[in-house]
Design a protein around this ligand. Structure first.
Ligand SMILES: *Cc1c(COP(=O)(O)O)cnc(C)c1O
Length: 338
């Protein structure tokens, strides 16, 4: 089987996770009667010290519901120009919430309180209404970079001063927590809504959670419904999510160590111009003109290794549960001989 470094979404359930899924108690979640979904939502809310959570099919859905909760027609979302919510959610900010977007620059996918402050629109009928700030942690296009928690607090202060809501796209929040030592509770204190993915590094096959206040999650259920996202015996997949939250968080450090080991090797190779700082499980590096993106990916594929191009001369590797110690050894051997 090929070594697959394209994404951390590619993992398959482990035998123990599979067992948990097979044994799940289920009911009709549209009637609010699936005990496993309820247990997952309750666990997530409690972890973050927040009121409630809603289990959805994807991180796109939890982000988009979050944006809809906070924004209406003529409102504006402030976020980094490389944000997943802007680049990779099919124009949802506009088509779901009818809002516009104010894109900020910032180092490796992160924005600052100062940049947010200067992007807030004046109270003038010509301008959209600044309503929501959305952060991404870790930042995917930033190469899995982590926010400094002090900066997040400063952004929250700015939001409070100006009456803006604060949403977190935490598709890989647990990678950030493991890398920085912050806690879920600290994040629960800062954000109005938090989206987390169970299907990335945590290794569940499906599912994301939106976490927030009772009032917001109640409204979120109606928004999920109109998106066609209310579901029935979802407990079979929720069981995998519960299992992941209980068993797959601490091990993320292994993924980070593997990515860092490959970063070190790449730094010494003649076809690599630059390796972006590697903080978590995403590793981005720039090729010299010895290879094009495609010729490099082809060479990897000849050696049974899959990866993605991530812009001109940029290659992305993402480590995950199914990328084993043996896979790491083999990948390093291949990288050294290219
Ligand atoms: C994967 C991802 C999402 C959600 O993606 P889905 O494929 O819809 O689950 C959101 N934000 C970031 C940063 C992601 O990497």
């Amino acid at each position: 089987m090929a070594i697959d470094l394209r994404s951390d979404t590619l993992t398959k359930p482990t035998p123990a996770m599979h067992q948990a899924m097979m044994e799940a108690e289920v009911g009709d979640d549209m009637f609010g009667e699936d005990p496993t979904v309820a247990a997952l939502e309750k666990k997530a809310a409690k972890m973050f010290g927040m009121d409630a959570a809603i289990y959805c099919a994807s991180g796109t859905m939890t982000n988009q519901i979050g944006i809809r909760l906070h924004c209406n027609l003529q409102d504006e979302v402030i976020c980094h120009k490389y944000s997943h919510i802007y680049l990779y959610e099919s124009g949802g900010i506009m088509s779901n919430a009818g809002a516009s977007v104010r894109l900020l620059e910032g180092e490796r996918g992160r924005i600052t309180a100062k940049a947010v402050e200067s992007a807030i629109q004046p109270d003038d009928i010509h301008s959209p209404v600044s309503r929501l700030v959305s952060l991404e942690n870790t930042a995917n296009k930033g190469g899995g970079s982590c926010y400094d928690f002090e900066e997040i607090w400063a952004i929250r202060e700015t939001c409070h001063e100006h009456g803006l809501a604060l949403h977190l796209d935490g598709a890989r929040l647990f990678n950030a927590l493991v890398a920085t030592g912050q806690t879920t509770k600290q994040y629960g204190e800062v954000f109005d809504t938090i989206s987390i993915c169970l299907s990335k590094g945590l290794g569940a096959p499906v599912g994301s959670l939106l976490i927030g206040s009772h009032a917001d999650i109640k409204r979120a259920k109606r928004i999920r419904k109109v998106m066609g996202g209310a579901w029935r015996q979802a407990g079979y997949v929720a069981a995998a999510g519960l299992y992941a939250l209980e068993n797959h968080v601490d091990r993320l450090v292994d993924d980070h160590n593997k990515a860092k080991e490959m970063a070190k090797v790449l730094e010494g190779l003649d076809y690599v111009e630059e390796v972006l700082p590697c903080e978590t499980n995403i590793l981005i590096f720039k090729l010299t003109d010895k290879y094009t993106n495609q010729s490099f990916l082809d060479k990897l594929a000849e050696n049974d290794i899959l990866a993605f191009g991530f812009g001109p001369q940029l290659i992305r590797f993402v480590t995950h549960y199914d990328f084993t110690d043996d896979d790491l050894t083999k990948t390093i051997e291949v990288l050294k001989k290219l």
